[in-house]
Design a protein around this ligand. Structure first.
Ligand SMILES: [Zn+2]
Length: 266
């Protein structure tokens, strides 16, 4: 449960006890690429259309040919824009995406790609836990089956559990979803939180951040015009949580041996 910086250079993916989480700098958007200790490849959101080549090159540079697991948190362009090209480039084993009544050009393009490549779409279920390999679990902890006003609130919130380390990937979920997670009484403690909505103040409330008690906060954002919100930054400062931002640090890499985490960036 400790963390050090800069990263220990001797920790590399060739050491097969290491989970490597890459928050790829895609400007305004989210693209999280995870390599499991046993070499499985996981992608959570693709980032926007604009940076598709960057994400594809990044994955290829890590030797990816197959994505064992892909999760779409919610159908907004900054999270799915590059997904059709990802499906075009890599073989995908398991593809999770909620069925939503959204008909933006990005969604239509993605649906076409899903059809063209014969992808079977799995619907995330609340509290469903995907045990991708021994000691590595991806769990959907939000949303609950209620009606929200904003599409962002429908974001799949994913808890990644690797031995004693926990990562909370918030998508663009908001205050309402946070309140529900707290009300459900689930264990929200995590070593790392990828803040919701690019560090916006639609979520990332103080009570929620207190419940998570992270060692590290990651913000995926183009900054500084809209996001992250000054208020959210102040909450993290108040809680003495170190902040890593893709707009300031570039691609952020967090490695875990199941007990400790290491942070590095490009
Ligand atoms: Zn977003």
């Amino acid at each position: 449960m400790s963390f050090s910086l800069p990263v220990n250079a001797e920790i590399s993916h060739s050491n097969n006890n290491i989970l490597k989480m890459n928050f790829i700098d895609v400007g305004q958007g989210d693209a999280i690429f995870i390599q499991s200790p046993k070499g499985k490849n996981i992608l959570i959101d693709s980032g926007p259309y604009k940076t598709k080549q960057k994400v594809i090159s990044y994955l290829k540079a890590q030797g990816v040919k197959t994505l064992d697991l892909v999760i779409v948190t919610h159908p907004h362009g900054d999270h799915i824009g590059a997904m059709p090209d990802i499906l075009q480039t890599f073989k995908v084993d398991r593809f999770y995406m909620a069925d939503m009544d959204e008909t933006s050009p990005e969604v239509i393009r993605l649906q076409k790609a899903i059809f063209d490549h014969g992808i079977f779409v799995l619907e995330p279920q609340l509290d469903e836990a995907i045990e991708l390999e021994k000691n590595l679990i991806f769990k959907f902890i939000a949303p609950t089956p209620v009606t929200y006003e904003s599409i962002n609130e429908y974001s799949n919130v994913i808890k990644v559990i690797y031995k004693k380390n926990r990562f909370l990937l918030m998508g663009d979920s908001g205050e309402q979803s946070e309140a529900e997670m707290m009300n459900r009484g689930i264990n929200l403690r995590a070593d790392v939180i990828k803040l919701s909505h690019h560090g916006g103040r639609t979520g990332n409330t103080l009570p929620f951040l207190k419940a998570v008690k992270p060692q590290v906060a990651v913000i995926s954002t183009a900054g500084p015009k809209n996001y992250p919100s000054e208020e959210v930054i102040n909450r993290l400062k108040y809680l003495k949580v170190p902040i890593y931002r893709t707009d300031l640090h570039g691609t952020i890499i967090i490695q875990s041996n199941g007990k400790k985490i290491w942070v590095s960036f490009e």
